[in-house]
Design a protein around this ligand. Structure first.
Ligand code: ZN
Ligand code: ZN
Length: 171
């Protein structure tokens, strides 16, 4: 049986983000505006990377390999270093959130603090990530931080295990 461990990950990731940042759906030119304002170059490849995250059918989480593959499928010639640089810039600007869910694997998702308080279930074998929502977990985070005098910025649980298909491969 999978050995599940949960740990609590409340950090200050959202501290530097601009709370007035409009949602990406409301503001299609947002990337261009934010990049230019912060002195970064807007490129159509950066827009295409962000578009992948906004495309609901693709789900919330992407890693660099998936982004690379999907852009290649679209006929886009792009290198890993371009992707990594674009992801890094968009994390710095608060558009994306970087999640280190499984060892050595970085995932990225659109950054929507507080609007979408979700948690992650991660397969440590294949790196598959499932999202779930549970108000009880958020309550634990907020009462714990309140009782210790913290002001809550972000609260996500990560639960590790082995997914059903990896269990059948491993048995
Ligand atoms: Zn798995
Ligand atoms: Zn997520």
């Amino acid at each position: 049986m999978a050995n599940l461990t949960a740990f609590f990950n409340c950090d200050d990731r959202t501290m530097e983000q601009d709370p007035a940042l409009p949602s990406l759906n409301q503001e299609p030119e947002l990337l261009k505006t934010v990049l230019n304002k912060e002195g970064f170059r807007f490129t159509s490849q950066r827009q295409k990377i962000l578009d992948l995250f906004q495309s609901a059918a693709l789900g919330h989480h992407l890693n660099a390999e998936e982004i690379h593959q999907q852009l290649l499928d679209q006929g886009e010639k792009i290198s890993f270093s371009t992707i990594y640089r674009a992801l890094h810039v968009m994390v710095r600007l608060g558009l994306l959130q970087e999640l280190e869910l499984a060892e050595g694997r970085k995932y990225y998702e659109l950054n929507t603090p507080f609007m979408d308080q979700h948690h992650h279930l991660v397969c440590v074998h294949c790196g598959d990530v499932k999202e779930f929502e549970d108000a009880k977990m958020t309550q634990v985070g907020s009462s714990e931080s309140a009782s210790r005098g913290f002001s809550l910025l972000n609260c996500q649980f990560t639960v590790y295990g082995i997914c059903p298909s990896c269990q059948s491969l491993l048995s």
